[in-house]
Write a protein that binds this ligand. Structure first.
Ligand code: HEM
Ligand code: HEM
Length: 145
């Protein structure tokens, strides 16, 4: 397949990444608020938890979309995977997002350690997102005119 026909695919990737990073920001703020209200035993607005949950689900969907675009696009271009550090970087992000979302389901007062797992994976996720953005930006240069 010729290169320019793939450009629209990487454009969708760039947009999805923008939404992913925005979602991360909203999650960090709303998660911080949840944590603050729990530790200070203040009441919190009823929409806060559903917001955090919904935006979290959207971020998981976006990351899976990016994974699909990356794999389909790379297979279409080379017929194989693993052409740069972008592959391990992408798989890292997917693993951390899935771990974060699945741990979130088990957060409860009876299992306080799950909270640390959730927050810990999300701190690692921030670094992983930075690496995947940088490596993705590098490989995209090959396709730009
Ligand atoms: C991956 C998608 C995510 C899902 C599905 C999710 C879901 C949840 C859920 C269900 C809770 C428990 C809320 C409660 O106790 O009422 C929670 C708490 C929290 N989340 Fe997330 N979350 C996600 C991503 C994130 C991200 C990216 C961050 C930070 C950057 C974050 C930070 C927090 C924090 C700080 C708490 C509060 C923990 C505490 O009570 O001390 N979450 N999350
Ligand atoms: C969560 C975010 C992302 C994930 C999970 C992801 C995942 C992947 C995966 C698994 C591949 C196949 C790599 C290979 O087999 O060598 C790939 C390829 C690619 N991705 Fe991403 N990606 C993400 C973000 C981005 C971003 C932000 C860009 C830049 C706009 C981007 C641009 C590309 C390009 C251009 C390729 C083709 C690789 C090549 O030509 O060597 N990706 N992506």
């Amino acid at each position: 397949m010729d290169l320019p026909s793939f450009l629209w695919l990487w454009r969708i990737a760039a947009w999805s990444m923008g939404f992913t990073l925005s979602a991360y920001l909203v999650l960090a703020v709303s998660g911080g608020w949840i944590s603050f209200s729990r530790q200070t035993q203040r009441s919190r607005p009823g929409w806060l938890r559903p917001l955090h949950y919904t935006v979290g689900g959207i971020m998981v969907a976006l990351v899976l979309l990016l994974l699909a675009i990356g794999i389909v696009g790379t297979l279409g271009e080379y017929g194989s995977l693993g052409h740069s550090m972008h592959l391990p970087a992408g798989l890292d992000v997917v693993a951390l997002v899935v771990l974060s979302a699945s741990s979130a389901i088990f957060i409860s007062p009876q299992r306080p350690w799950v909270r640390y797992l959730h927050v810990g994976t999300n701190l690692l996720l921030l670094g992983a997102l930075a690496v995947v953005t940088l490596t993705g930006w590098q490989v995209v240069q090959k396709y730009l005119p």
